[in-house]
Design a binder for this molecule. Structure first.
Ligand SMILES: NC(=O)c1ccc[n+]([C@@H]2O[C@H](COP(=O)([O-])OP(=O)(O)OC[C@H]3O[C@@H](n4cnc5c(N)ncnc54)[C@H](OP(=O)(O)O)[C@@H]3O)[C@@H](O)[C@H]2O)c1
Length: 289
């Protein structure tokens, strides 16, 4: 069992840190809004700290799950950041969905301090975090991954080292590219079924057994048909991810015409007041007139 710090008790981080505690690790949490850290300790035991630096002081592993690149820098770097508190040889595992660039930057900075860094963004959503069944895509040094993997296993169904620092984030971009086009396709299919006067639910039941099957179809078509979007993965977060990957594509030359278009569709959903709606709300955009 390891001494672990967990920074960022959001929708994802809160249950992930809970799985570490339930697996027997000694956990110290940090959250910017202290009330959430107090609530976590009341639920799982362990302790909380007032800064990422303090939380990391005694830890062999520091897990981080915050919003974006700037949030990540602010909890890792600086005089109150995790790096300032970590002891030599400790490893920071970043679960934030962020850019490959910031992962490379933080890996270089870690090495100059005799610390380790791996980027380890996740897929599987809130339910995956709660059930300890996340898919984790990792970038960084193989020896660091080997050390961290048994700890990550507390909340992972699958984890895989993809290559050097930044490769985890690049793989998460691949994941988001798949999802963007797929959810728009599913939305158009449901919209068409409704316009054609078909039993849309029945259509999904039959095609889900054929080549059109997908996680989104299985898990989202019922709520989409019911117009329920107050759950799941928020459009605001998706736009953050799309902006990161479209920027990466500008650098590496990849052509992402459909993904770029879907990004604009999500901008429409934000204008409809759906920034916190699930990404499946692309259907609501088609139904608005
Ligand atoms: N939700 C999902 O389904 C899902 C799925 C896959 C990946 N992700 C990714 O996982 C990450 C976290 O998502 P989430 O849904 O858990 O987000 P969330 O519920 O909004 O939580 C964000 C966490 O980060 C903390 N935070 C944000 N900015 C900070 C800053 N500048 N300094 C210190 N703490 C800061 C927040 O603290 P406060 O409590 O003080 O606000 C909170 O604990 C994101 O990168 C997201 O894209 C999410």
């Amino acid at each position: 069992m390891a001494k672990v710090a967990f920074v960022g008790l959001g929708v994802m981080g809160y249950p992930m840190a809970g799985h570490l505690a339930k697996s027997g690790h000694e956990v110290c949490v940090y959250n910017r809004t202290v009330a959430k850290a107090e609530q976590w300790v009341a639920e799982y035991g362990g302790k909380y700290a007032r800064t990422p630096r303090e939380a990391s002081a005694d830890a062999e592993f520091v897990m981080v799950c915050v919003g974006n690149d700037d949030d990540l820098r602010s909890v890792v770097l600086g005089s109150d950041g995790a790096y300032a508190g970590m002891r030599q040889g400790a490893v920071l595992v970043d679960h934030t969905t962020a850019s490959a660039q910031v992962a490379r930057e933080l890996a270089v900075e870690a090495a100059t301090r005799n610390l380790g860094f791996i980027d380890a963004p996740v897929s599987g959503g809130q339910a995956g975090a709660q059930n300890g069944a996340l898919t984790i895509m990792v970038g960084g040094d193989a020896a660091l991954y080997a050390k961290a993997e048994p700890v990550i296993a507390a909340y992972a169904r699958m984890s895989r080292l993809m290559g050097e620092a930044g490769s985890g984030q690049l793989t998460k971009m691949v994941n988001q590219i798949c999802i963007a086009g797929l959810v728009q396709g599913l939305s158009e299919a449901l919209h068409f079924a409704q316009c054609a006067g078909l039993d849309a639910e029945g259509a999904m039941a039959v095609i889900s057994k054929g080549a059109a099957q997908s996680w989104q179809l299985e898990n989202r078509h019922k709520t989409m048909l019911a117009g329920e979007y107050e759950h799941g993965f928020a459009v605001d977060w998706m736009r953050k991810d799309l902006s990161i990957l479209l920027e990466e594509a500008r650098r590496n030359g990849a052509q992402l015409p459909v993904t770029a278009l879907v990004d604009q569709f999500y901008a429409d959903v934000q204008k409809m007041g759906g920034g916190r709606w699930d990404t499946s709300s692309l259907l609501a955009r088609l139904q608005r007139d």
